[in-house]
Design a protein around this ligand. Structure first.
Ligand SMILES: NC(=O)C1=CN([C@@H]2O[C@H](COP(=O)(O)OP(=O)(O)OC[C@H]3O[C@@H](n4cnc5c(N)ncnc54)[C@H](O)[C@@H]3O)[C@@H](O)[C@H]2O)C=CC1
Ligand SMILES: CC(C)(CO)C(=O)C(=O)O
Length: 308
């Protein structure tokens, strides 16, 4: 299958590299330092496996249309990435493996055929050209927002062949929301307190706040007609147990002085609450605090550091 990975960072390079190694016709589309390093020395995957993969990489989308685009930018880069690839996006199957709500709707606005996805694999970009596969997880894919299609079954088949454990869901919207609701609790709480995920599980007060945030998200999802595929409270406990040693991705973004995906997690839950006449005060509070934190980077070394 001809596959382009749009947004070859940590998770995109991992998926693209493994798919190429399994014989798929893959091109990674990313930023110059990473792309140059891959073209010079190959993509090195460390951690769960040790492999150097000579997958082609480019900074601009090829002209020829692929069978599938895997969208793996951060959610805040989705629109810009789709715009830059407009010519190949229209009428093409596009699978989002991103976190957050709304990526598939953007794909549709650009004329792409959206496939939803979530993944519990973990990856970090160690340096240009080097990705560490930190945790083996599962990937769920599905025709967005619901339903079944043979092309999605085919994606699942080739992912599994490449060593990426994958299942197909007929209610991918329900999975995307469940994961986003769990992230809406763990990520901002872990970020505001600068703690590993396990600290939320071990602390009665933090855990009860996380549970209330999750309950609020569930109410918003249900009122918007989303049928949650797994119960987010169960998923919260499972995730906290499995990722006890992780600093969540939002905290890592803040520590690196980068933007976070808060608008596409808690921000979207607030937006969806308003659309059905509800309020989501816990999500609003967490959203506002993290947005404020992002802005503090303009004036301080980091939010916990000294004023410059
Ligand atoms: N890293 C992980 O373990 C996991 C990440 N995710 C989700 O996957 C998404 C990606 O996350 P990461 O890979 O960690 O982020 P990342 O920041 O490592 O990768 C995103 C890459 O997209 C590139 N990019 C942005 N705009 C682009 C454009 N217009 N053209 C080409 N490249 C562009 C960036 O330069 C960056 O290298 C996020 O939504 C994240 O929440 C989900 C599960 C696990
Ligand atoms: C599952 C979790 C919370 C793992 O840290 C995550 O998705 C993230 O950090 O964004």
């Amino acid at each position: 299958m001809k596959i382009y990975v749009l947004g070859a960072g940590a998770i995109g390079s991992l998926f693209g590299g493994l798919l190429f190694a399994a014989g798929e016709d893959v091109v990674l589309i990313g930023r110059k330092p990473h792309v140059d390093a891959i073209n010079k020395r190959g993509l090195r995957i460390t951690g769960i496996i040790e492999e150097v993969i000579k997958v082609p990489a480019t900074i601009s989308p090829p002209e020829e249309k692929p069978d599938l685009i895997i969208l793996a930018t951060k959610s805040y880069s989705t629109v810009e990435a789709l715009r830059a690839s407009k010519a190949i996006v229209e009428d093409t199957w596009i699978l989002s493996i991103q976190n957050g709500i709304g990526n598939e709707d953007e794909i549709r606005k650009f004329g792409g055929k959206p496939i939803g996805g979530i993944t519990t694999n973990g990856a970090i970009l160690v340096s240009s050209g080097v990705v560490k596969w930190t945790g083996k997880g599962i990937t769920v894919v599905g025709l967005y927002p619901k339903g079944r299609h043979t092309f999605v079954d085919k994606i699942s088949e080739i992912f599994n062949r490449a060593g990426l454990e994958t299942i197909v869901s007929e209610n991918i919207e329900g999975w995307i929301w469940a994961k986003a609701i769990v992230n809406s609790a763990i990520n901002p709480i872990g970020t505001l307190l600068r703690v590993k995920n396990g600290a939320i599980l071990d602390n009665e007060e933090l855990l009860s706040v996380a549970v209330e945030v999750v309950k609020e998200g569930c109410k918003v999802a249900t009122q918007n007609g989303v049928k949650l595929e797994v119960h987010p409270i169960d998923l919260l406990f499972q995730t906290l147990k499995k990722t006890r040693e992780n600093y969540n991705s939002m905290l890592q973004d803040i520590l690196k002085g980068r933007k976070t995906e808060i608008d596409y997690i808690n921000g979207k839950i607030v937006e969806y609450a308003k659309s059905v006449g509800l309020e989501a005060p816990l999500n609003f509070l967490l959203w506002g605090l993290i947005k404020g934190m992002e802005k503090l980077h303009g004036g301080v070394e980091n939010v916990w550091g000294k004023r410059e």
